[in-house]
Design a protein around this ligand. Structure first.
Ligand SMILES: Cc1cc2nc3c(=O)[nH]c(=O)nc-3n(C[C@H](O)[C@H](O)[C@H](O)COP(=O)(O)OP(=O)(O)OC[C@H]3O[C@@H](n4cnc5c(N)ncnc54)[C@H](O)[C@@H]3O)c2cc1C
Length: 491
C-alpha cells in the first residue's frame, strides 16, 4: 500500500483561501510541501508514515521566503506523496507564521527568523516545542539550506543516503520493458521491505519457539553476511549479538516476545509501507511474496561454493518455519526434500532456486488463470523471458509449445549479474567488511573495562558457533560476543 498522506494540497484557513489555493494550484505548478497550520499540525505529523519531517516556518510576506520556495519545493517533490521519486521517507511541510492562527505554534518552535527549517522525527513535533538552547532535542535546526542542493546534502548527511536532485521516479514497467535489466536495481528497497516485513510477521505471529529458533539464527547469519542491503546486514548483526537478551529467553514458549518486538531489523527507516519493483497493479497482488523471492535469489548468488549446501538448508528451513502461506511452505519444502545430493557448487544452488521458482510460476500460471487471481499486468511467466536474457535460450524458440532448451551456463551468468551486480546497494555507506568488524571488535575490547556487559552464553550463541559456516563474518562477529557487548554505535 502506498503511504497515505492525508493532506497533499496546501490547506489554509477559510473557504475563500482554500478556493484561492486550488485555483493557484491550477494556474501554477502544484505545491508538493504540505502546508500545515495550528489545527492540522499535530494530526498530519502524527499520521505520516515518514520517519523524518522537515518543517519550514515562513511568512508569506517575506521576500526571502518567496525566493526560497522553489528550492524547497524541489526537495518536497522528491519525497512527498505516494508518487514521489522516493516516497514515504521524509515529509516536507511548511507553516505560515504570518497567519494569526499559527502565532502560538511558531512561538513554541522559537521561530526567530524566516525561513526557519527544523528537522526531526514527526512524532517529536506533535504537541512539541523547540528551543535552540535545548540540548538533547531530537528536533534540529537545519542551518545552511539556502539552495535545494544544500538542503538535500544536509538530509543525505543525516540519513547516510545519496539522494540526488536528478533522481527520477522509478516506473515499474517490467511488462512494457521486459528487456530492461536496470529495473532490478531498485529492488534493493523491496528486499529491505521484505526482510523487515518477514521479521514483523515472525514477531506478530509469535513464531520464535524453541524448535524454530535455531533455524532463525542460521537465517540471520546468512543475512549478516550476504544481504544486499548494508543496513539489513548491520541490523541483523546487532540483532544476533543481542538475540538472547532481546528475546527474553525464558519466555519464548510462553509466546512473549521481550524487547525484540521493538527491534527494527533494517534500521529505523524500514519498513516504509510501499513496494517498488514488487508493486502490483492491484493492492493485494505481488508485494511481500515477490520481495521474498528477490531476497532469496539475491542471497543465492552471493554465497560461495563452500556455503551453498548450508545456504540451501537454511533457506529451506526458513521458508518451512516462517513463511506463513501454508501451501507455499509445503510446496517449497517438498521441492527442498527432493534434493538428494548436497550442493557443493554455488552455481548448482543458484540454478536450483531459479528452477524451483519457475516450477512455482508454472503451477501458478494455471491456477491464476482459472481463478482470475493474477495481476493482469504481471502474469506468471517462465523466467527470464527471452527479451531479458536472449542468450539463456539455447536455441531460438520458434514453437512455444516445446520445452525451452535453457543454456544453463548463460542462465547462471545472467542470474549472477541480475541479482548480484545489477541489484546494487543504493546506500553509499562504507561496506561492512571483515576488517571493519575486526576493528569494531577491537574498539569494543579496548573499552571493555568501562562499558562491557556480560552477555549470557545462551542457546543462540551455541547454535551460532556450531553453524559458523557463512564466511568469517557472521562467525567472527558472534564469537566475539561471548564475553562482551560491542559498542552500540557503528560510526
Ligand atoms: C518460497 C515461495 C514459495 C511460494 N509458493 C507459492 C505457492 O505454492 N502457491 C502460491 O500461490 N504462491 C506461492 N508463492 C508466491 C508466488 O510465487 C509469488 O511470489 C506471488 O504470486 C507474487 O508473484 P509476482 O508476480 O510478484 O512474481 P514472483 O513469482 O513473486 O517473482 C518475483 C520476481 O522474481 C523474478 N522471477 C520470476 N521468476 C523467477 C525465477 N524462476 N528465477 C529468478 N527470478 C524470477 C521476476 O522478476 C519477478 O518479478 C511463493 C512465494 C515464495 C517466496
Amino acid at each position: 500500500s502506498s503511504p497515505a498522506i492525508s493532506v497533499s494540497a496546501p490547506i489554509r484557513v477559510g473557504s475563500r483561501s482554500i478556493l484561492r489555493s486550488i485555483d493557484k494550484n491550477k494556474e501554477e505548478k502544484e505545491d508538493y510541501a504540505v502546508e500545515l497550520n495550528a489545527t492540522n499540525f499535530d494530526s498530519v505529523l502524527k499520521e505520516t508514515p515518514a520517519a523524518h519531517a522537515v518543517v519550514e516556518f515562513f511568512a508569506h510576506w517575506c521576500p526571502a521566503c518567496r525566493n526560497y520556495k522553489p528550492q524547497y519545493e524541489k526537495i518536497a517533490k522528491i519525497f512527498n506523496g505516494a508518487d514521489a521519486v522516493h516516497p514515504g521517507m521524509i515529509l516536507l511541510t511548511r507553516v505560515d507564521c504570518a497567519l494569526k492562527i499559527n502565532t502560538n505554534l511558531c512561538d513554541k518552535f522559537s521561530v526567530g527568523h524566516y525561513p526557519t527549517l527544523l528537522w526531526g522525527p514527526p512524532s517529536k513535533f506533535v504537541s512539541g516545542s523547540w528551543d535552540p538552547k535545548q540540548e538533547k532535542s531530537e528536533i534540529r535546526s537545519i542551518e545552511d539550506a539556502r539552495t535545494a542542493d544544500l538542503l538535500l546534502n544536509w538530509i543525505n548527511k543525516q540519513m547516510n543516503s545519496s539522494y540526488r536532485l536528478e533522481d527520477r521516479k522509478y516506473e515499474n514497467d517490467l511488462q512494457k520493458n521486459a528487456s530492461d535489466i536496470g529495473q532490478i536495481a531498485r529492488a534493493v528497497y523491496d528486499i529491505e521491505e521484505a526482510t523487515s516485513t518477514a521479521f514483523g510477521i515472525i514477531l506478530d505471529h509469535k513464531m520464535i519457539k524453541s524448535e524454530t529458533k535455531a533455524s532463525l539464527v542460521k537465517f540471520f547469519q546468512l543475512l549478516v553476511v550476504h544481504h544486499p542491503s548494508r543496513r539489513c546486514r548491520k541490523g541483523t548483526a546487532e540483532l544476533l549479538v543481542d538475540f538472547d537478551n532481546l528475546l527474553a529467553n525464558k519466555e519464548i514458549d510462553s509466546g512473549e516476545r521481550g524487547e525484540i518486538r521493538n527491534y527494527q531489523i533494517c534500521g529505523k527507516d524500514v519498513p516504509r509501507g510501499y513496494w517498488m519493483f514488487c508493486r502490483g497493479s492491484k493492492n493485494e497482488t505481488r508485494g511481500f511474496s515477490c520481495g521474498l523471492w528477490v531476497l532469496l535469489h539475491s542471497l543465492s548468488v552471493r554465497v560461495d561454493d563452500g556455503e551453498s549446501q548450508l545456504a540451501f538448508t537454511t533457506i529451506c528451513d526458513f521458508i518451512h518455519n516462517f513463511f506463513i502461506c501454508e501451501e507455499c511452505r509445503q510446496h517449497f519444502y517438498t521441492m527442498c526434500s527432493s534434493v538428494s545430493t548436497p550442493f557443493n557448487k554455488s552455481r548448482d544452488f543458484v540454478l536450483w532456486l531459479w528452477q524451483a521458482h519457475n516450477k512455482v510460476n508454472e503451477r501458478l500460471m494455471k491456477v491464476e488463470a482459472s481463478l482470475e487471481t493474477d495481476d493482469p499486468q504481471f502474469p506468471k511467466i517462465t523466467w527470464p523471458p527471452q527479451q531479458l536474457c536472449p542468450s539463456c535460450y539455447g536455441t531460438v524458440r520458434v514453437d512455444e509449445s516445446r520445452p525451452i532448451e535453457w543454456d544453463l551456463d548463460e542462465v547462471h551468468k545472467f542470474l549472477i549479474n541480475y541479482y548480484g551486480k545489477a541489484l546494487v546497494n543504493l546506500n553509499k555507506d562504507k561496506e561492512l567488511t571483515v576488517e571493519r568488524l575486526v576493528n569494531l571488535s577491537d574498539d569494543a575490547a579496548s573499552s571493555a573495562s568501562v562499558n562491557a556487559l556480560v552477555v549470557p552464553v545462551g542457546a543462540a550463541l551455541a547454535i551460532a558457533v556450531a553453524s559458523c559456516a557463512f564466511g568469517a563474518l557472521a562467525c567472527y562477529w558472534r564469537q566475539h560476543q561471548k564475553s562482551r557487548k560491542p559498542r552500540r554505535s557503528w560510526n
